[in-house]
Ligand binder design. Sequence first.
Ligand code: SAM
Length: 249
Amino acid sequence: PGRLHVVATPIGNLGDLSPRALDVLRGVDRIAAEDTRHTQQLLAAFGARATLVALHEHNEAAQSAQLVAQMLAGENIALVSDAGTPLVSDPGFRLVRAARDAGIAVSPVPGACAAIAALSVAGIASDRFAFEGFLPSKAAARRARLQALAAEPRTLIFYESSHRIAETLADAAQAFGPERHAALARELTKRFETVLDGSLPALAKRLAEDADQNRGEFVLIVEGAPEEDGGEALALGRRAFSLLREYLP
Ligand code: SAM
């Protein structure tokens, strides 16, 4: 059988496409792309062409079966998304699972990933982190998710779009409190790259003051809850228990 190559593409700066990624994209029989037009443009920028097939949220199950059949017949296939690493808040999981289930070798061509790029410049503890991807778009669900993460001691990484970044910062400040340190990475590797850091309310204020800071693509990194929080919660629990005990038989 052929092989499935999972290939990272740039998150804004074409210089981040690795020479090996280009070799693989040039050499495979077929490229499964989230948006074929977008990938066609990327290839054209490097003077390359390929047979492209669309693989997105809505056709992933059916398309995966077909791609697996083609690999079993000997084709080498590459998987790319519009930007960064496939499967990271992007399609591809079902295809990779189907290929592995069929005994096909799956090989990564690593490269850009916005979450990791942001973490690498945030100046926030990076020894343990949790990638949360996109928050729910509806306000109530978003607030509930943030609330559920309020005591998480690991550094948290979120993806956000320009439409909602202001609301997300406000909701995060509410859920995590005004003291929590955070970094907001915008338009990484692009012309208007900006990395701001400070308390969540301070970041919200910066965006409220400057419309330009609301444009583009964002990664929000929030420091984890202080570990003493566990101790505080425990003390609170003990206090509640001793109060309750007075009423228990
Ligand atoms: N697979 C991609 C990766 O590896 O990072 C992520 C795809 S996800 C659909 C797109 C989101 O990633 C954007 O909404 C934004 O949150 C983040 N992102 C992508 N490129 C970025 C950039 N250049 N600067 C900041 N965030 C970016």
